[in-house]
Design a protein around this ligand. Structure first.
Ligand code: MG
Length: 374
């Protein structure tokens, strides 16, 4: 039975190859927290807290995650014996919210446990695929011409599906331009909750209904499940929920209301692999199509995404693009790569299937936390 005796965390920034803009912010680098757990037998597991720096995607930030790790998650886990990662996650079940912070610890427990048991993470979760269809998510670009350049580059790289960020005033024009250039491309859009139910915004969303989109993701803010249900009733295009669903109760409400036909399962947003796997089970049971979104994870979090996307209900292309699309140098080896729009699930090695460059992580860390059991 694992018993965590050392809990370490590292704040690490990596520069982005191409700065990324959504309806709320623009970034040229990302700062995440890497979590390293060591058990009494010397086994190690890694996880990643991929929280945005600012509270625009959700209420968490890198600073709040650091506080939760130090003050609540590490003390809850240290010294406690657990038999499975589900059992480990009971240690922090009293904590409300803070899913990104929890996810980093949950993934580290899964990595440690599967390494100890000599099992690839994907198989331990119940994954059945050995390759994942990779989609790519493009940010808001300054002009339609620059957006078309980005789409061209990624289609030529073999990505099977392209997702565009939209915002009020930047929707029909870019979508129509991409659709005209690529009539058969699997294309979807994500508004990150930037629209309201005003007549003008609803008309703008309805105008996308003829573009043959795979889905329209999160048009309204997270709490607006009823508004999503009303819009879904007016559209043929499936709505996808992202920010609206970060626990199983919200998923139950969404299913009951008919607030969407697709679910973007993010390991970070759901609070880790344990909850992501449960959400996948519920979605499959209700005929909701599932895919795996990302938070521009470094290699550790990206490997966890690849593992969960190998579950049978993940039938749509996932945002598990190669890390070279985002970062010149990643913290894991081998790096995660997409070839012809497919990412291989690493089934030859136990755990997340990639080795963490610990020296690099320690070198890059702007802040380090190390707590041990008494
Ligand atoms: Mg999204």
């Amino acid at each position: 039975m694992p018993q965590i005796v050392t809990f370490e965390a590292f704040r690490v920034s990596l520069p982005l190859v191409h700065s990324f803009e959504t309806s709320s912010h623009r970034k040229s680098y990302l700062e995440h927290i890497l979590v390293r757990l060591t058990d009494a037998g010397g086994a190690v597991g890694w996880g990643e807290v991929a929280s945005p720096s600012d509270p625009y995607f959700c209420t968490e930030t890198v600073d709040t995650c650091w506080l939760m790790l130090e003050r609540y998650l590490a003390p809850a886990l240290l010294g406690r014996e657990w038999s499975t990662p589900e059992d480990a996650s009971a240690a922090w079940s009293k904590l409300r919210g803070h899913h990104f912070a929890r996810a980093g610890v949950d993934v580290a427990c899964w990595d440690l446990w599967t390494r100890t048991n000599g099992v690839p993470l994907a198989r331990a979760l119940g994954g059945t695929r050995d390759r994942i269809e990779a989609g790519v998510s493009l940010g808001l670009e300054p002009t339609v011409g620059e957006l078309l350049d980005q789409v061209k580059r990624h289609v030529e790289d073999g990505y099977r599906r392209v997702k565009l960020k939209i915002a009020p005033g930047w929707d029909a024009e870019p979508v129509d331009a991409v659709r005209a250039a690529y009539p058969d491309l699997a294309l979807q859009v994500d508004a990150n909750g930037g629209y309201t139910e005003s007549a003008e915004h609803v008309a703008a969303l309805e105008a996308l209904d003829d573009a043959g989109l795979v889905m329209i993701e999160q048009p309204f803010p997270p709490g607006a499940l009823a508004a999503h249900a009303r819009l879904q009733a007016r559209l043929r295009t499936p709505l996808c929920l992202d920010e609206s669903v970060d626990d199983l109760d919200q998923l139950d409400t969404a299913v009951t209301l008919g607030a969407g036909r697709v679910l973007n399962i993010k390991v970070s947003r759901m609070g880790g692999l344990t909850q992501a796997r449960r959400a996948h089970e519920v979605a499959v049971r209700h005929g909701i199509a599932v895919w795996c979104g990302g938070m521009h994870e470094f290699g550790v979090g990206r490997a966890a995404n690849v593992a969960v996307a190998s579950l049978p209900g993940f039938t749509l292309p996932s945002d598990v693009s190669g890390s070279d699309k985002y970062y010149t140098r990643d913290v894991v080896s081998p790096p995660i790569r997409a070839r012809d729009g497919l990412v291989s699930v690493p089934l030859e090695h136990p755990g997340i299937g990639h080795e963490v460059d610990e020296e690099l992580v320690r070198d890059l860390a702007s802040r380090t936390l190390r707590l041990t059991s008494a």
